[in-house]
Design a protein around this ligand. Structure first.
Ligand code: PHE
Length: 445
């Protein structure tokens, strides 16, 4: 059934692809707007704690289950616990992947539109105005989805690895250039202070839930992406080292995104709590104040598109791996079908972004607009639930000893951390995630 699934050509290949999945709009669009809405420095602090306490342990857990079973999420569960109702967890992962893919590509389409507008104004010398009307939003959304499909059809190595290898470091360099410009704007230091100084009175249950979910979202955890990528990892590659690298790199990019946005917000008199449009309001003003800003904008939005693409590729890959492994569908047919399904599911989000009522005004789960509601349901709740259930599944069915053995088999350094890791996955993660979710449901604030 699992003929020729492909493997990463090297450890570096896996790290770059997994980092490619992790680094994306989650770091550069979602992290700043979440930080802005949830109290600045206080959110950053809780976020970093969540990355260490939940993110890293669950990351190692997902990769180890993927490598041990060499399957997609549904197949991995089936292999460990045949014909059990745990299968539903695998399907939840696939559904979550599809739904995140749908609205994520809408935002990515907006990034693409900004890149195209700046490129056009470089050539024609005109000013940049984003109208965001429905046909424009739908067009760029569809273009982005097709790009994702084309990469995934190419297969594991040719498609994903090559992209991740070339452009990721360039994105960092461009971000650093934008940060330096922002820091020299008068009044920027207030933003730095706001971002780095935690105001403990701002830490509420909602802030904790959002920070925890942001950690899962940003690290691509809770829906089987790292599990699926781990399944392409060979037995002698070091899971601990790979996992730590991905977590460190992803967190670095998020923190840099904070430095890119908040000094500029304070210097230019913006509102950090502007919501999901934050970066699209702030960055054009930074580019406007920058010598050669138009060119930097083109490079930045192009690279951000690539970063988003390596993330959407992983979302699509998870769902694809299921149909290819378990139902023996052809790869191309699966990828196109899932891509089209994601476009259909994403249309209401696109209409919301284009300001079409009722999509842009509905109130669901305490969020305004269909896109933000989808982000809360799938990007927040579902990833947290998925991570929680994955811990419980491994504890009760596969066994933490087997998981730890899988990691240790290729990482000698893991031996000394084994006990700590087991403690976190057995107690700290499931209990804390369950309490935070339950408290939210009961309605503490
Ligand atoms: N981690 C990706 C980002 O930060 C988004 C993502 C979430 C990708 C879940 C895969 C799975 O942009």
């Amino acid at each position: 059934m699992t003929v020729n699934r492909g493997q990463w050509s090297s450890q570096v290949g896996f790290v770059l692809a997994a980092a490619g999945s992790a680094v994306g709009l989650g770091n550069i669009w979602r992290f700043p707007y979440m930080t802005g809405e949830n109290g600045g420095g206080a959110f950053l602090l809780v976020y970093l704690l969540c990355v260490i306490c939940f993110g890293l342990p669950v990351m190692l857990l997902e990769i180890s289950l993927g490598r041990a079973t060499q399957r997609n999420p549904v197949g991995a569960i089936e292999k460990v616990a045949p014909r059990s109702s745990w299968r539903a967890l695998g399907f939840l992962a696939l559904l979550t992947g599809l739904c995140i893919l749908s609205y994520y590509s809408v935002i990515a389409g907006k990034v693409l539109a900004f890149g195209a507008l700046y490129a056009r104004s470089l050539v024609t010398g005109g000013t940049v105005t984003y109208t965001g009307v429905t046909p424009e939003v739908l067009f760029y959304f569809a273009v982005f989805m097709v790009l994702t499909v084309l990469v995934v059809v190419g297969g594991v190595q040719r498609g994903i690895e090559r992209w991740a290898k070339i452009l990721m470091p360039l994105l960092l360099v461009t971000m650093i250039a934008i940060i330096v410009r922002g820091l020299f704007l008068p009044g920027a230091m207030a933003g730095v202070r706001w971002f780095l100084t935690p105001d403990f009175s701002k830490i509420t249950l909602t802030v904790v839930l959002n920070a925890m979910a942001q950690a899962f979202f940003s690290l691509s955890l809770g829906m089987g992406a790292m599990l699926t990528y781990g399944s392409y990892l060979s037995k002698h590659q070091d899971i601990l080292r790979c996992g730590v690298w991905v977590v460190v790199f992803d967190t670095l990019v998020a923190v840099l995104a904070g430095f890119m946005i908040f000094p500029a917000v304070f210097a230019l008199g913006g509102n950090p709590a502007a919501g999901s449009t934050l970066i699209f309001e702030v960055l054009p003003r930074v580019f406007g104040s920058m010598a050669g800003g138009g060119l930097v904008a083109v490079v930045f939005f192009f690279l951000l598109c690539v970063a988003a693409l390596t993330s959407t590729v992983s979302l699509l890959e998870v769902v694809t791996a299921y149909f290819v492994d378990e139902l023996s569908w052809s790869r191309a047919r699966t990828v196109w079908s899932v891509g089209i399904a994601a476009i259909v599911v994403g249309i209401p989000s696109a209409l919301a972004l284009a300001g079409i009522t009722p999509w842009s005004t509905v109130h669901l789960f305490g969020r305004e607009g269909f896109l933000d509601a989808m982000d809360f349901l799938w990007g927040n709740l579902s990833l947290a639930v998925g991570s929680l259930l994955l811990c419980v599944f491994v504890i009760s069915r596969w066994g933490l000893k087997r998981a730890a053995d899988e990691i240790e088999s290729s990482s000698r350094r893991f031996r000394s951390l084994r006990g700590v890791w087991i403690f976190f996955v057995r107690w700290v993660c499931p209990i804390s995630i369950a309490i935070i979710l339950a408290a939210k449901v009961i309605g503490w604030s």
